[in-house]
Design a protein around this ligand. Structure first.
Ligand SMILES: Nc1nc2c(c(=O)[nH]1)N[C@H]1C(S)=C(S)[C@@H](COP(=O)(O)OP(=O)(O)OC[C@H]3O[C@@H](n4cnc5c(=O)[nH]c(N)nc54)[C@H](O)[C@@H]3O)O[C@H]1N2
Ligand SMILES: Nc1nc2c(c(=O)[nH]1)N[C@H]1C(S)=C(S)[C@@H](COP(=O)(O)OP(=O)(O)OC[C@H]3O[C@@H](n4cnc5c(=O)[nH]c(N)nc54)[C@H](O)[C@@H]3O)O[C@H]1N2
Ligand code: SF4
Ligand SMILES: [Mo]
Length: 760
C-alpha cells in the first residue's frame, strides 16, 4: 500500500478583498494541489467560498503561467534568462532611458493583482518612488479613486475610508454595487448572501439602488432602478431633505464638523421633485427613503463601482458619507465605521496640510496629479502625443491596462513604440506582450503573507497570517524580492542593504507613533528582536508588535506578533469596529469638512448636468461582474473540474442585457447579434432580453463582447467592454474614467460566427 502524502493547509483566499478562509489539500510528494475548500472553522467566512476560489489551484498549476524571466528576441519570440540577468537588464533598461531623456521619460502602471500579495504591497511604493517620475498610473483611477478623493476632502487623508458595520446595522442602503456576485470592495465581508439575509432576519431592511435588478437586488427588501450616473442627484436630494426638514443629528460629531451652513445653502435647490425625472425615482419615494434612513436605529449607506466610475464619482462618494454624518449614522456601531488594522496603518497622526494635488500636470491634456497619480486614461497619449516630454519606458506591475483602461487599442499601439518596457507579471497578456522583459513572480500559494488589504476594509477587526501552501519553486522569485531588487537597483543600492534601511525607517515610524504598543522601545532594540531574514515578514512583525494590538516587543505581554499569528493558524478576531473618527482625522482644523470648495463647485456643476444620452446614442451601458472571473483574466485558466452552470443568479453571463420593450423597439430578439457603439468604439454581443433592466439601460459583463469583425482571442479572450469607454470622459475631481453609464447606440446586425474559447 502506498502512503498517502496528502495533507491540508489553511490559508486565506487571495483573489478578492473578502479573504475567505480556505482549506487546501496538497500532495506534497508530487507538489500538487488536490482540493480547495472553504474552511468551516474560519471565523469570518464559516466555510463559504465563491466559484473563483478554485482558481487558486488552477493558477498554481496553469502551464501557461510564466515561471522564469523572459527576454524578447528581435524576431518577437522569447528566451528564458536567469534572474540575475533579468534583474540587471531591467534596471539597466530603465536607467538608460532616464539618463538619456530624464526621469519623467519613465512611467509605471500598477494593477489590481498587486493587492493580493502582501509582500508586494510593501515594496511596490518603493519602486514607484525609486523611478522618481511624475508618470505614475494605477488601476485605482479606473475604480475607487473617487473614494480616496472624497476622504481626503472630508477627513484630510485618502486612506481614512469608512466601511459598513454590516453585521450590526438594521438598514443597508446599497448603491452601485452587486456584492452578492463581486463579494464587495472596500468592505471585506465574506459571504454577502448570508450577511444580507441576517440583516433581514433581524427585522432590518436592505434597499438596493441599481439600473439593473442585480443578484443583490433580488435578495433585498426593495430595489429601485436609477438612471446611470445620477446617484449624486438622488443623494443630494436626500441630504437636502434632511437639512430642510431639520433632521440633522450629528451625535458625537457635534462640534467636530465645519461647513454645515455652507452645504445647506449649496444643496437647497436639490429637492426630490427637482431630481425625480432625471434619476427615475419618484419624489415621494426619495422622501420616504430619506425618512427611513434618518430614523433607522442603525443604518449604513454604501456605494461602490457603480457610484465611483461615473462623471460625478467623487461627489457621489462624498454625498454617501455626508448622508451618514448628518443622520448620526457614522462612526457609531451599526453605521459606517473605520477599521483598526493590526499593522498600525490607520493610527492618529499630525494634521496633513500639504496640498496633495495639482503639484504637476500631464503633458497632453494637463490633468492635475492627485495623490501622486495621473489618470490611467491619459497613459496612451503621454506615450504617443507628448512630444519631447513623452514617456519612453514603462514598467507595468500586475495589471493589464490594454484591456482595462480606455482606448486600449491606442495604448496597444503606443506600448509598441516605447524604447523599453518591463512587466512584472505571471502571464504574457495583452499588455505584457509588448515588454522587452517579463519578470514573473511566484504565486501567492508559494509565499507567506498577511491579509493587509482585507484588514483595512474589514467589517470586524481581524489579523491573519497565511502560510505558503506548497514548497516554492526553487528557481522562482517572490514578488516582494523582484520589487525590492528593482527599487534598490534604481537607487544604485544593494538590495539587502536597502531592505535594512527601509526596515529601520519603518521602525522609526512605527515606534514614534502616539499610542504605539512599544512606547519606550528604541528602533535598535526593536530591530534586534526581528528575524534575520530580509523581506516583508520581518517588516510585518515590526508593524504588528508596535501596532495597536501588539506585544510592544515584550513577549511576556499578551499581544500580537508574527509568531503569535503563525501559531494561531487562523484569522484572529480583534473585536467589533469602534468609534474612532475623531482620533484619526487629519484635517488642519481637526474637523470633518462638510463643504470642501472643490466638492461645492462639483455640486454646482451637478445642477447643470446634461444627460449623456442623445438621438445618436440613446442608451446607457452599465457593467456587471461575472461570478467566475476578475476582469476577465481568471477566465483563461484551465478549469480544475467541469464548469458549473454558466448562469450566476439566473443571468447568462455573456450577453447584452436589455429590457424587452427596448428589444421590441429595436426589433431585436433574444440571441440576436447586436452592435453596441459609443463615441469611443464598438463591439458585438448577443442580445438577452430581461425585465431586470431599466428601460433605456443595457448591461454587459466586464471584459466581454467581441471585436467587430470578430477575431480569435489571444490569451484572455477579447475582453473589450472597455473598447466602449471614452478616455476623454472623466470625473474631473478624481481623473477616474467613466465606465458605467456610457451613452451607446444598439442596433441589430447580421450574425457572424463569434470566436469560441474552449476554456469558457
Ligand atoms: N470597462 C471597464 N473597465 C474597467 C472595469 C470595468 O468594470 N469596466 N473595472 C476596473 C477595475 S474595478 C479594476 S480593479 C481594473 C483592473 O485593472 P488591471 O489591474 O489593469 O487588470 P486585471 O485584469 O486585474 O489584470 C491583472 C493582471 O495581473 C496579472 N497577475 C495575476 N496575478 C498576478 C500576481 O500575483 N502578480 C503579478 N505581478 N501579476 C499578476 C495577470 O496577468 C492579469 O492579467 O480594471 C478597471 N477597468
Ligand atoms: N466576479 C467578480 N468579482 C469581482 C470582480 C470581478 O471582475 N468579477 N472584480 C473585483 C473588483 S476589482 C472590484 S473593484 C469589485 C467591484 O464590486 P462592485 O462594486 O460590487 O461592482 P459590480 O459587481 O460591477 O457592480 C456594480 C453595480 O453597479 C450598477 N451600476 C452601474 N451604474 C450605476 C449607477 O450609475 N448607479 C447605481 N446606483 N448603480 C450603477 C451595475 O448595474 C452593477 O450592478 O468587485 C470585485 N469582485
Ligand atoms: S469571495 Fe473572494 S476571497 Fe472568497 S473565495 Fe471568492 S474570490 Fe476568494
Ligand atoms: Mo477594482
Amino acid at each position: 500500500m502506498t502512503k498517502d502524502t496528502r495533507h491540508w493547509v489553511k490559508r486565506a483566499c487571495s483573489l478578492c478583498e473578502a479573504a475567505c478562509g480556505l482549506r487546501i489539500q496538497v500532495d506534497a510528494q508530487h507538489q500538487r494541489i488536490t482540493a480547495v475548500e472553504g474552511d468551516p472553522d474560519d471565523s469570518r467566512s464559516l466555510g463559504f467560498t465563491c466559484d473563483r476560489a478554485q482558481a487558486m489551484r488552477s493558477l498554481y498549476h496553469d502551464p501557461a503561467r510564466l515561471r522564469r524571466p523572459l527576454r524578447k528576441r528581435a524576431d518577437g519570440g522569447w528566451d528564458e534568462i536567469t534572474w540575475e540577468e533579468g534583474l540587471s537588464l531591467a534596471v539597466q533598461g530603465l536607467q538608460k532611458v532616464r539618463a538619456a531623456h530624464g526621469r519623467n521619460a519613465l512611467g509605471v502602471y500598477v494593477g489590481d493583482a498587486i493587492a493580493y500579495d502582501s509582500g508586494a504591497v510593501v515594496y511596490a511604493p518603493h519602486v514607484t518612488r525609486a523611478l522618481d517620475t511624475t508618470h505614475v498610473f494605477t488601476a485605482a483611477t479606473m475604480d475607487h479613486f473617487p473614494k480616496l478623493v472624497s476622504s481626503c476632502a472630508l477627513y484630510g487623508r485618502s486612506t481614512i475610508l469608512p466601511v459598513p458595520d454590516l453585521d450590526r446595522c438594521d438598514y443597508f442602503l446599497c448603491l452601485g454595487s452587486n456584492p452578492l456576485v463581486s463579494q464587495a470592495s472596500l468592505m471585506s465581508a465574506p459571504d454577502m448572501r448570508r450577511r444580507i439575509a441576517d440583516i433581514r432576519r433581524r427585522d432590518g431592511k436592505v434597499v438596493v439602488v441599481d439600473p439593473r435588478r442585480s443578484e443583490t437586488a433580488e435578495v433585498a427588501d426593495e430595489h429601485h432602478f436609477i438612471r446611470p450616473g445620477t446617484d449624486a442627484l438622488l443623494l443630494a436630494a436626500m441630504v437636502q431633505v434632511i437639512i430642510h426638514e431639520g433632521w440633522v443629528r450629528l451625535g458625537h460629531l457635534d462640534g467636530h464638523v465645519t461647513g454645515l451652513a455652507a452645504l445647506g445653502r449649496e444643496i437647497a435647490g436639490f429637492t426630490p421633485e427637482s431630481v425625480a425625472e432625471r434619476t427615475g425615482i419618484a419624489a415621494p419615494t426619495i422622501r420616504r427613503l430619506t425618512l427611513e434612513f434618518a430614523t433607522a436605529a442603525r443604518a449604513c449607506c454604501y456605494g461602490r463601482s457603480g457610484t465611483c466610475t461615473t462623471a460625478f464619482g467623487a461627489l457621489t462618494s462624498y454625498l454617501i458619507d455626508v448622508l451618514g454624518i448628518l443622520t448620526r449614522h457614522f462612526d457609531q456601531p451599526g453605521s459606517m465605521m473605520f477599521p483598526r488594522p493590526a499593522t498600525g496603518e490607520l493610527e492618529p497622526g499630525a494634521p496633513l496640510t500639504d496640498a496633495n494635488s495639482g503639484r504637476w500636470h500631464s503633458a497632453v491634456r494637463g490633468f492635475p496629479e492627485i495623490d501622486g497619480q495621473l489618470p490611467a486614461a491619459a497613459m496612451a497619449e503621454e506615450i504617443d502625443a507628448a512630444g519631447d516630454g513623452r514617456l519612453r519606458a514603462m514598467l507595468t506591475i500586475a495589471g493589464n491596462p490594454v484591456l482595462t483602461t480606455p482606448d486600449g487599442e491606442r495604448l496597444d499601439r503606443a506600448l509598441a513604440q516605447l524604447d523599453f518596457m518591463l512587466s512584472v507579471d505571471c502571464y504574457i497578456n495583452e499588455t505584457s506582450r509588448h515588454a522587452d522583459l517579463i519578470l514573473p513572480p511566484l504565486t501567492v500559494l508559494e509565499t507567506e503573507g498577511l491579509d493587509i488589504l482585507a484588514a483595512g476594509a474589514a467589517v470586524r477587526n481581524f489579523a491573519r497570517w497565511s502560510p505558503a501552501v506548497v514548497e516554492p519553486d526553487d528557481k522562482g522569485m517572490p514578488q516582494w524580492r523582484i520589487l525590492l531588487e528593482l527599487a534598490a537597483g534604481l537607487n544604485g543600492r544593494d538590495w539587502r542593504e536597502w531592505e535594512r534601511e527601509l526596515l529601520a525607517r519603518q521602525a522609526w515610524r512605527s515606534l514614534s507613533r502616539p499610542g504605539s504598543a512599544a512606547t519606550g522601545v528604541s528602533p535598535e532594540q526593536a530591530l534586534a528582536q526581528l528575524d534575520e531574514s530580509p523581506g516583508p515578514l520581518r517588516m510585518f512583525d515590526l508593524m504588528l508588535r508596535a501596532g495597536p494590538y501588539g506585544d510592544g516587543f515584550d513577549s511576556r505581554k499578551v499581544g500580537l506578533s508574527l509568531t503569535r499569528l503563525r501559531a494561531a493558524d487562523a484569522a484572529v478576531d480583534l473585536g467589533p469596529l469602534q468609534p474612532r473618527l475623531l482620533d484619526i482625522l487629519r484635517t488642519p482644523d481637526g474637523c470633518v469638512q462638510l463643504a470642501p470648495p472643490a466638492l461645492m463647485t462639483a455640486l454646482r456643476r451637478l445642477g447643470q448636468r446634461a444627460s449623456p444620452v442623445s438621438a445618436r446614442y440613446p442608451f446607457q451601458l452599465v457593467g456587471r461582474g461575472r461570478a467566475k472571473d476578475i476582469h476577465g483574466w481568471l477566465r483563461s485558466l484551465p478549469s480544475p473540474k467541469p464548469q458549473r452552470s454558466p448562469r450566476a443568479g439566473g443571468v447568462p453571463q455573456h450577453t447584452l442585457l436589455m429590457h424587452p420593450q427596448d428589444g421590441k423597439r429595436l426589433a431585436v430578439q433574444a440571441g440576436d447579434q447586436v452592435l453596441v457603439r459609443s463615441s469611443a468604439g464598438s463591439l458585438r454581443a448577443a442580445a438577452n432580453l430581461c425585465d431586470c433592466m431599466m428601460p433605456g439601460v443595457v448591461s454587459l459583463a466586464r471584459g466581454t463582447g467581441y471585436r467587430d469583425p470578430p477575431v480569435q482571442p489571444s490569451h484572455t479572450l477579447a475582453g473589450l467592454a472597455h473598447a466602449l469607454v471614452d478616455g476623454q470622459v472623466l470625473d474631473p475631481l478624481s481623473g477616474t474614467a467613466v465606465t458605467h453609464g456610457i451613452a451607446v447606440a444598439v442596433e441589430p446586425v447580421a450574425p457572424e460566427p463569434l470566436p469560441c474559447n474552449p476554456r469558457l
